[in-house]
Design a protein around this ligand. Structure first.
Ligand code: ZN
Length: 440
């Protein structure tokens, strides 16, 4: 009787697995129900496609090759002792001020300049990266309803990319997906599991696991002291902290790895970390001004923002993003010749941030340098397709007498933004072009 019950239960499970998709969890070795079944090569492909978009949304890469190299070293030291050492892991510092970190399926992992600036040693960094690697090895992204739907959307993105349309569809699905993945939270149980896996990987890689406790202590103190300030919001939403979680981690370390906290051979890496993050500390004040400028801009105080952008740029003149911010504010103020210098400098320092390219392309539209406008806006759209970028590029195509290309792009903007101001303007322009040139 009992055997029959279990027999039919496992049959039922098998059927459910067949319908909903089942995957062997690389960490637990158990079959599990996944809302969207995905092969390892699909995981890798989604990460590869979506990651560049996510980086653009997080203010681009932080340009500091020595720091990027250091991060990669620490990350790989942990990944090598994890459950899926064969994945093509890649670790990137993104230039966002809010403290955050995220992992995409397949092993693409990012940490913000803001979080790196708040840490004190390499063991704490290893705690962050170990936790993110844990989300990857346990395939947390493929579990859970919300993320399952996201990843299904990811497969749609992949299949569309294969059709070869120049910017995919202009709805920027890869971009939307990147945003949704960065923002969506894991379940409490997934957070616990990633914490434990991160600690396991730290100990195996000979890091002192006290980094994991310090990390949570720091953020807990921050959240209690300052009442969940805005700059913590992202991290709290994606990886919620609690005193209980911190205590659970400490108990796990003491129970599973007695003596690890006092092991003199395990590394904390205070000096090495301070050396690697030197530039972040040196430019901290300048970026604080930049962030305040962006706040003022949102509140409509353009003059106050411009003043702060100028101060930030004077303080750290070799930071691409600060030049970009000042250049964009000058474009807003219609000071085109000044703006051009800063945007050009931003692009020379880092040519892979869409914001600088879009702003310079727009500037060239205004100054009547049409070929240059096409060139910059095309590059911006390759980096990160936006509706605004597409609209300006279409306008630039009109100016260099390529009405067919302009028409196609306006149509894409109109389709993607049917009821918006930009979409309606694009529809009107497409119609005008059709009449004038007989395009259908
Ligand atoms: Zn997490």
């Amino acid at each position: 009787m009992i055997r029959r019950f279990f027999g039919s239960l496992s049959l039922c499970c098998a059927l459910l697995c067949f319908l909903a998709g089942c995957a062997v969890n690389p960490v637990t070795g158990r079959n599990e129900l996944a809302f969207y079944q995905m092969s390892e090569s699909q995981e890798i492909e989604i990460g590869r496609k979506v990651f560049p978009q996510a980086v653009q949304q997080m203010q681009g890469e932080y340009s500091d090759p020595a720091l990027q190299e250091y991060l990669q070293q620490v990350g790989l030291r942990l990944a090598a002792v994890g459950h899926r050492p064969g994945l093509p892991y890649a670790f990137t510092v993104v230039n966002d001020s809010s403290p955050n970190a995220f992992a995409l399926p397949g092993g693409r992992i990012a940490i913000t300049r803001g979080l790196l600036g708040a840490l004190e040693n390499e063991a704490q960094l290893a705690a962050v990266l170990g936790h993110e690697i844990g989300h990857v090895t346990a395939r947390h992204a493929a579990q859970g309803m919300q993320r399952g739907i996201l990843l299904e959307l990811g497969m749609v993105v992949l299949s569309q990319a294969a059709t070869g349309s120049p910017y995919g569809t202009l709805t920027t699905q890869a971009g939307q997906m990147a945003g949704a993945i960065i923002d969506s939270s894991y379940s409490r149980e997934q957070e616990r599991e990633a914490d434990r896996l991160g600690i396991d990987y730290m100990v195996k890689a000979r890091y002192n696991p006290k980094g994991a406790i310090e990390l949570q202590e720091y953020f807990l103190k921050k959240s209690e002291g300052e009442g969940a300030p805005g700059w913590l919001a992202g991290l709290f939403r994606t990886h919620p902290f609690s005193r209980e979680r911190m205590q659970a981690n400490e108990a796990y370390i003491r129970g599973r790895y007695p003596g690890a906290l006092q092991d003199p051979a395990s590394s904390v890496g205070k000096e090495k970390f301070a050396e690697a993050t030197r530039n972040i500390q040196a430019t901290r004040g300048a970026y604080e001004k930049y962030d305040r400028a962006r706040d003022l801009e949102k509140k409509g105080d353009a003059a106050g923002a411009l003043d702060l952008y100028e101060q930030a740029c004077r303080e750290a003149p070799e930071q691409a993003l600060l030049n970009s911010g000042l250049g964009q504010a000058l474009v807003q103020a219609k000071k085109y010749s000044e703006a051009r210098d800063y945007l050009q400098k931003a692009i020379n320092l880092d040519g892979n941030f869409y914001g600088s390219r879009t702003a310079l392309g727009y500037l060239f539209l205004k100054t009547g340098e049409h070929q240059e406008a096409v060139q910059q806006l095309k590059r911006a759209m390759d980096l990160y397709p936006t509706l605004g970028g597409a609209f300006y590029l279409a306008e630039a195509y009109e100016n260099v007498h390529e009405p067919r290309k302009a028409f196609d792009l306006y149509r894409q903007v109109a389709a993607a933004d049917r009821n918006g101001r930009l979409g309606r303007a694009a529809a009107q322009r497409a119609q005008d072009l059709a009449l004038r040139y007989g395009i259908r």
